[in-house]
Design a protein around this ligand. Structure first.
Ligand code: XMP
Length: 321
């Protein structure tokens, strides 16, 4: 019988054995998984863990400050923030294929961690890289038994072949609800543990088409409005997550005031799920959908239409790419 505290004890022991007296870098994304993985490793090796938060420019509004503030406050962990916005945007320029995007993002993450490792040399050798990989990430990246490659999660199928780090992945056999329980057991605050999932590749896989700074700006603005309204309506606990997607290569005709518009659609993708392996589209109240739609089309200049994704998983996946 696996209790949460036995999972914690077991993993802390395994991490301590694996890392020995070595040092580890942990990429923090702001999400639950990397936060819990980091907290577990911190319990096992303490000060010899350094967390690296990569600002890849594909983040949602407010995310960077949230990690810098909340996670450090909760754990007192050593945190290095790397501004890698230019690097990621350059690498993604003109790329439209979803798998290619995922591989580029996975690779650039590792390049940033390698640079961090060189920068931290004075403290000692950082040979280990901690990742918050979950069981579903492994299965859907084609790592599970008999599994097809549905999409390469940035931290599994998206890793470069010449990886120099030894991976530490204490959550690799767990599902999200178990990870949340482990996080609470470790004393992480609800604001971190109950956060809705957000993918490592961030907004990069929510722009359908090539990623650039302007498109990111548009999507970030629309996403902030959707999140604000869902929170205001008290719906955060009811949905698993609600990706907001920009169809950057699609335009449609609209009208605003006396004028014609020719803008992009935004897709709302609210889903309910137990473990992200399957999902149902969430029946959001019409009034909430209406408020989100009105605000996005009024406040985000490039967007003139908001559409709702009513596909379950399968056949759709949660993210569009
Ligand atoms: P899909 O789109 O495969 O998503 O139905 C399942 C869950 O996984 C999240 N997701 C990711 N998380 N790296 C992550 O850390 C990734 O590359 C990635 N791709 C998808 C997605 O947001 C959903 O919660």
């Amino acid at each position: 019988q696996w209790t949460t505290s036995s999972i914690v004890d077991d993993q802390v022991k395994r991490i301590a054995e694996q890392v020995g007296d070595g040092r580890a870098i942990c990429g923090l994304s702001g999400g639950v998984d990397s936060a819990v993985a980091a907290a577990l490793v911190q319990r096992a090796i303490g000060e010899r863990l350094t967390c690296v938060f990569v600002d890849h420019g594909l983040l949602r509004s407010g995310e960077r400050t949230q990690v810098e503030r909340d996670f450090v406050a909760a754990t007192g962990v050593n945190l290095v923030t790397v501004d890698a916005r230019e690097r990621f945007l350059d690498a993604l320029a003109g790329v439209t294929d979803p798998e290619e995007k995922r591989k580029i993002i996975g690779r650039e993450f590792i390049r940033v961690f390698e640079q961090a490792e060189r920068d931290l040399k004075a403290e000692g050798d950082y040979k280990f890289l901690v990742q918050g990989t979950l069981y579903p990430d492994v299965v859907e990246s084609g790592g599970g038994e008999g599994a097809a490659n549905i999409k390469s999660h940035h931290n599994v199928g998206g890793l470069p072949d010449d990886l120099q780090f030894e991976l530490v992945e204490p959550l690799r056999l767990l599902f999200k609800d178990e990870v949340r329980r482990v996080g609470l057991e470790l004393g992480l605050p609800e604001t971190i543990v109950q956060r809705q999932p957000f993918p490592g590749p961030g907004l990069g896989i929510r722009i359908i088409g090539a990623v650039d700074a302007e498109r990111l700006e548009t999507l970030r603005a629309a996403d902030a409005i959707a999140r604000e309204e869902l929170t205001a309506a008290g719906l955060d606990g009811e949905i698993w997550q609600c990706p907001v997607v920009l169809l950057a290569d699609v335009r449609s005709v609209g009208v605003q005031g006396d004028g014609r518009t020719y803008g992009h659609p935004i897709v709302l993708r609210p889903v309910s799920s137990e473990d992200a392996m399957t999902a149902d589209w969430t029946r959001l109240p019409y009034e909430v959908l209406e408020r989100i739609s009105t605000r996005i089309t009024n406040e985000v200049a490039e967007v003139n239409r908001v559409v709702l994704d009513v596909t379950s998983k399968p056949p759709g996946t949660i993210e569009w790419e």
